[in-house]
Write a protein that binds this ligand. Structure first.
Ligand code: XMP
Ligand code: MG
Length: 180
């Protein structure tokens, strides 16, 4: 482990086991249907790649990139679409795949946006969920892990664009983000 990491929160094995478990539930729920999984760039890249390979229902993949406006590091709920879907989702079964839900504001906006395009259904799958997410009335059908309110990196999640390629989820040592 590099000295930038304070600890491994979720190991590679635990992640892969959870992804298979989520895929099993999704396969059962969408049996007989075709599914469009929508990854939110860039954080969801790893979850999308592993989840897609673990699913057995017919799957198409599409991507959105959004940025949250707001002062400071907290999400404001005001969202700008940087890259929209290539797919017309009217009549489609859509599953939004996220790396992490923190305040839930970004996803709540995204969900309203997607619902206005008349899909057959929209559900959410997130690998990680932080405690603040319970404050937003968001119906998240698939959750990998509920984690403590710490800044996490790896498996798609970054600190200043670094560490996305780690195969596990870790927490950052305080000295990296300005601690001692
Ligand atoms: P919301 O709107 O749910 O925003 O507050 C979620 C987005 O915030 C980012 N985020 C993190 N990124 N480690 C990260 O690398 C974290 O611990 C973390 N917590 C929140 C992330 O972009 C997510 O999509
Ligand atoms: Mg994200």
């Amino acid at each position: 482990m590099g000295r930038d990491l304070s600890k491994v929160l979720i190991s590679e094995d635990e992640l892969q086991t959870k992804i298979r478990e989520l895929a099993g539930k999704i396969d059962a729920d969408y049996a007989g249907h075709e599914l469009l999984i929508v990854g939110v760039l860039k954080g969801a890249v790893m979850v999308m790649a592993d989840l897609a390979r673990a699913l057995h229902v017919p799957v198409q993949m599409d991507w959105m990139a959004v940025s949250s406006y707001g002062a400071g590091t907290k999400s404001s709920g005001v969202v700008r679409v940087l890259k929209d879907l290539d797919t017309d989702i009217a009549g489609r079964h859509v599953l939004v795949v996220e790396d992490i839900i923190d305040s839930g504001l970004t996803l709540s906006w995204l969900l309203n946006n997607l619902q206005s395009r008349n899909p057959a259904s929209v559900e959410i799958c997130t690998l990680l969920r932080k405690p603040d997410a319970v404050k937003v009335p968001l119906d998240v059908k698939y959750v990998g892990f509920d984690i403590p309110n710490e800044f996490v990196i790896g498996y798609g999640l970054d600190y200043a664009e670094r560490y996305r390629n780690l195969p596990f989820i870790g927490t950052l040592a305080p000295h990296v983000y300005g601690g001692e």
